[in-house]
Design a protein around this ligand. Structure first.
Ligand SMILES: Nc1nc2c(c(=O)[nH]1)N[C@H]1C(S)=C(S)[C@@H](COP(=O)(O)O)O[C@H]1N2
Ligand SMILES: [Mo]
Length: 367
């Protein structure tokens, strides 16, 4: 497949399914109405730092090196896995959400009056898919993981990333060995087909519950070390900076925050005097949400939505609503996570606009 002439994403991006921001494409939530739990590949959001590379699987290798492996192989004598090697290892299937740390960033402006720089994601920088692959733990063990290893540093095969005129090199971000050995997958399938180019073909990490940048696509190398392996994606980016945060910035972001989204277009028309079934989805970093509450009066009163799913990657919900008056209405949805915590009214501001976790306000027009 050839890349589109006008874009850096390979797959088609029809405007009824995606809002495009440079080399990134946001899922339109209204396109998920009536869909199953998982987001079809033709609707899944794309976040590319530069562009989608087209990788020849015959020459592709996943290479592991560093002093966190037995024998401390240097980069030029890395332990190698080919595509067929991965396919031959015992596989695991995992339904998981991948979500950009900046998902919801535009709501800092529209809902809290504090615009933040960066990709102006609405709430569509997220998706749930069925991933199949090999546990990262199995790959690390086969490569000879030492018990004193501390960090693994996966990096992608997409072009180097430049920021403010500086070349920061390959997109890469460290994972502590504890998380790497827990539930991380080296995925080669997405929803039953080989990973599409835009989502990391031939192999990517899937790091459940964590900010999307941890789930490195087009995996090429993994350094393993007995010391921390910082990268610009864990030091300069993907930390909380600004008032209310430690002077040099907070710790590297790891877990996401709980969110909810309506499967509605912005300013969608809703008929007056008839029952409409409002639908949406909620998700939390460490398991299913306990409840979802919806307000049809801007947050003055709340009703409990019906949860459609049990223990799934995210939870679909619905609520019947019969608006009796015409005019704009502010709908609000908030989830209660497994610990009993409710999404707050206000998200914690930070200079990069990460982790917008406040209850979403969604305007519709009753006509
Ligand atoms: N190599 C590489 N991996 C990457 C990225 C990238 O640009 N290059 N983007 C990251 C970010 S910021 C996110 S949110 C997710 C998005 O995954 P998706 O495009 O499959 O939805 O991939 C992550 N992995
Ligand atoms: Mo992201």
């Amino acid at each position: 497949m050839k890349p589109r002439d006008d874009g850096r994403i390979v797959k088609p991006l029809p405007p009824d399914r995606f809002a495009v921001h440079g080399p990134n494409a946001e899922m339109r939530w209204e396109a998920m109405r009536g869909e199953g739990v998982l987001v079809p590949n033709d609707r899944f959001f794309v976040r590319d730092h530069t562009r989608t590379p087209l990788i020849d699987v015959r020459t592709w290798r996943l290479r592991l090196f560093g002093d966190g492996l037995r024998g401390a192989p240097p980069r030029d004598r890395a332990v190698e896995f080919g595509y067929e090697d991965l396919l031959a290892m015992p596989s695991r299937t995992l339904d998981a959400v991948i979500e950009c740390a900046g998902n919801g960033r535009a709501l800092f402006a529209s809902q809290q009056g504090t615009p933040m720089p960066g990709i102006p994601w609405g709430l569509g920088g997220v998706g749930a898919a069925r991933w199949r692959g090999v546990p990262l733990a199995a790959v690390l063990e086969r490569a000879g993981l030492r018990p004193d290893a501390v960090d693994v540093l996966p990096s992608g095969l997409d072009p180097d990333f430049g920021l403010d005129g500086e070349n920061l090199g390959r997109v890469r971000r460290p994972l502590p060995v504890g998380k790497a050995m827990d539930d991380v997958l080296v995925a080669y399938e997405m929803n039953g087909v080989p990973l599409p180019p835009d989502h990391g073909f031939p192999a990517r990490l899937v790091v459940p519950g964590w900010v999307g940048i941890a789930s490195i696509k087009w995996l090429g190398e993994i350094e393993v070390a007995g010391r921390p392996l910082p990268s610009p994606w864990s030091t300069r980016m993907y930390r909380m900076f600004g008032p209310g945060h430690p002077p040099g910035g907070g710790p590297a972001l790891a877990e996401q925050v709980t969110k909810s989204a309506f499967e509605l277009a912005r300013d969608e028309r809703v008929p007056a005097g008839r029952t409409t079934v409002l639908t949406g989805r909620s998700w939390a970093p460490d398991g299913p949400v306990r409840a979802v509450e919806v307000s049809v009066d801007g947050g003055a009163s709340w009703r409990t939505a019906r949860l459609l799913d049990g223990d799934t990657a995210w939870s679909r919900w619905s609520l019947e609503w019969c608006p009796d008056r015409t005019g704009p209405v502010m709908l609000v949805a908030r989830a209660v996570d497994g610990t009993g915590a409710r999404q707050p009214f206000r998200a914690e501001p930070n200079d990069e606009g990460y982790l917008f976790g406040a209850a979403v306000r969604h305007r519709v027009l009753v006509a």
